[in-house]
Design a protein around this ligand. Structure first.
Ligand SMILES: Cc1cc2nc3c(=O)[nH]c(=O)nc-3n(C[C@H](O)[C@H](O)[C@H](O)COP(=O)(O)O)c2cc1C
Length: 464
């Protein structure tokens, strides 16, 4: 594999900002660190991203806070409004930026969720996106009296049926009932509004669509989930993948090649899905300062408290009275945290197996608890001067490893400022970043073709 095996000389870098929910990457102790729940914080980040001509402001979503020994886990954020509501508020004070909400297909129902997403899409003038995830833990399911009611394969089966139903609902309104109509479309003028009936393994519903199409047809579909089933789901349904592969070029390129192969097998053009991995960007004015800045970020992210909380998630215990610079606990983890009632730590892997791995690592490299937490959970991303990082991001995109990045700032709400003020101009100088918004919808920002179900009806658009 070479860097140029999938060369795209004119490709542009697409940026989204992934505003973290549950996380250990925000530097909470910094004096500029602001609230994680106040609207002013969301406003500040969204406006900075829009000033930087980003494609999207993107929110994850968890429907239940995790607990440990009766207490809410230290790194979970308490008191944040749900994603669609936050984005609807932002729709009113932004003009261009896309607004992407993570919503799961396991515990939601199509009639309700599709209507709420349509509402966001209409209110924002066609700027909505939906990150369709399956949510991997029974802990969330208990909120819905369902527990772990679907296993991994069934969650993806349901997700596929959910998306199929969603599209049918969005396509249920005739074209003359468009959202741009100055008069409210009535049943008489709307032509036929078609009921959507689905009798499948997961759904037994008849739904009457209640909202017309938006300016972009329907919300852009994002996907996040890395298993083969998740990737096939993306190849069948998604417009954008929010991937984990945003740090090592070879890994990102291999992931992109895998997705291209899956798209071909699904009968879609291999550039039909945009890949935007989550990543972190650390900038310093001079090359000599880069290492210091990276160290400063890492130390700020991995405070003793954060390291103890991360390791405590695996051990299933509150470890806050231990020394983060001492060894890993000598006792074994409690197996209960992945029992399906408390939320899976570390993607549902067996905590005893993780503990064995981490102990071996600590022994081999003589690492403290904090150093193990860093070595096993760190997401390093990109670091350098603005020029160096601009070169590297451009190389990634123009070699077909990604189409851009979902950047998570390590400072909230000010962390995006230097990316917008220092990095974006460097990218623009290289011709690899837009200098103005050319379209008005999220679909246009991303350079996507029309929605999958509209392809036969509309002439194919060029993809930028
Ligand atoms: C980058 C990324 C971000 C995710 N964000 C969320 C999220 O915000 N909320 C959620 O419930 N699940 C989220 N998930 C989890 C997925 O819903 C899915 O349950 C999980 O990845 C297991 O599926 P997989 O085996 O296909 O990876 C995310 C997954 C990935 C890879």
């Amino acid at each position: 594999m070479t860097d140029n095996s999938y060369a795209r000389p004119g490709a542009q870098v697409h940026f989204g900002v992934f505003f973290h929910g549950v996380n250990h990457t925000t530097i909470w102790s910094d004096p500029t660190s602001g609230s994680q729940i106040d609207f002013e914080t969301f406003r500040r980040v969204a406006h900075t991203a829009e000033r930087g001509l980003f494609d999207a402001f993107f929110l994850g979503e968890g429907l239940r806070l995790r607990e440990q020994e009766g207490k809410i886990l230290d790194l979970d954020i308490v008191g944040r409004p749900d994603a669609i509501t936050q984005l609807a508020a932002l729709a009113g004070i932004t003009r261009n930026i896309g607004l992407v909400a993570t919503q799961n297909t396991t515990y939601n129902e199509p009639a309700d969720l599709v209507r709420r997403l349509s509402g966001l899409d209409l209110l924002s003038g066609g700027r909505a996106g939906w990150n369709a995830v399956t949510t991997d833990n029974a802990w969330t399911g208990e909120n819905f009296r369902r527990g772990g009611f679907l296993d991994h394969a069934d969650r993806y089966e349901r997700a596929g049926q959910f998306l199929d139903t969603a599209r049918a609902i969005w396509d249920g309104w005739a074209d003359d009932a468009v959202a741009t109509s100055t008069e409210a479309p009535s049943w008489a003028t709307a032509g036929s509004v078609q009921d959507v009936s689905r009798r499948t393994s997961q759904f037994d519903v008849t739904i009457t669509p209640t909202l017309p199409r938006s300016a972009q047809g329907h919300p852009v579909i994002f996907q996040a989930g890395d298993s083969p089933a998740g990737r096939d789901f993306a190849a069948a349904h998604a417009d954008v993948i929010f991937s984990r592969h945003g740090t090592h070029f070879d890994e990102a390129f291999a992931f992109a090649e895998d997705i291209r192969a899956r798209l071909r097998r699904a009968g879609r053009p291999e550039d039909d899905v945009k890949i935007l991995p989550g990543t972190q960007i650390v900038l310093a004015e001079n090359a000599s300062e880069v290492e210091d800045k990276v160290r400063w970020v890492l130390e700020g992210q991995y405070t003793g408290q954060t390291a103890l909380s991360l390791v405590g998630q695996v051990w299933g215990r509150d470890l806050s009275d231990r020394d983060p610079d001492g060894p890993l606990p000598e006792f074994d983890p409690v197996p209960a945290p992945i029992s399906g009632t408390r939320g899976a730590a570390r993607d549902g892997k067996d905590p005893l197996a993780i503990a064995r791995e981490w102990r071996a690592l600590a022994e081999a490299q003589n690492l403290s608890l904090r150093q193990v937490a860093i070595a096993t959970t760190q997401r390093s991303g990109f670091a350098g001067t603005p020029g160096q990082v601009a070169d590297e991001l451009t190389r990634w995109v123009r070699s077909g490893a990604t189409d851009g990045f979902n950047v998570s700032p390590y400072l909230v709400p000010t962390g995006l400022d230097e990316i917008v003020d220092l990095l974006v101009p460097e990218l623009q100088e290289r011709g690899s970043y837009r200098t103005e918004y050319e379209g008005s919808t999220l679909r246009e920002h991303l350079g996507l073709r029309p929605p999958l179900s509209r392809r036969e009806l509309l002439p194919r658009q060029a993809v930028g």
